[in-house]
Design a protein around this ligand. Structure first.
Ligand SMILES: [Zn+2]
Length: 99
């Protein structure tokens, strides 16, 4: 899906989640999408062991991200972020953009 079409969907996902948040700490939300075709199964890994979790090794930049926070509103891609170092992560919800 083209970034222009994806942007309003990701922005709405962040806004909906942020508006429903009732915690006392600031949420650090990011909407991620499959940028390189790994299917993002790497986000489901509970541990990053010997088994191949992501076809891109450590999950480095296998995802694109959209973030809205503190004046920033946009895509963050190729930031050198490894999914392996983001464990455990919590998926608030998922949406299959392929159909
Ligand atoms: Zn991956």
């Amino acid at each position: 899906m083209a970034r222009a079409a994806l942007r309003p969907l990701l922005a709405q996902a962040i806004a909906t989640t942020r508006d429903a948040w009732r915690g006392s700490v600031e949420l650090d939300l990011v909407a991620v999408f499959d940028a390189r075709g790994c299917g993002l199964g790497c986000f489901d890994a509970e541990t990053w062991g010997e088994d191949e979790v992501c076809p891109f090794g450590s999950g480095g930049d296998c995802f694109g991200a959209y973030k809205v926070q503190r004046g920033f509103d946009g895509f963050v891609e190729n930031a050198g972020i490894e999914v392996r170092r983001m464990q455990p992560s919590v998926a608030v919800w998922r949406w299959d953009a392929t159909g």
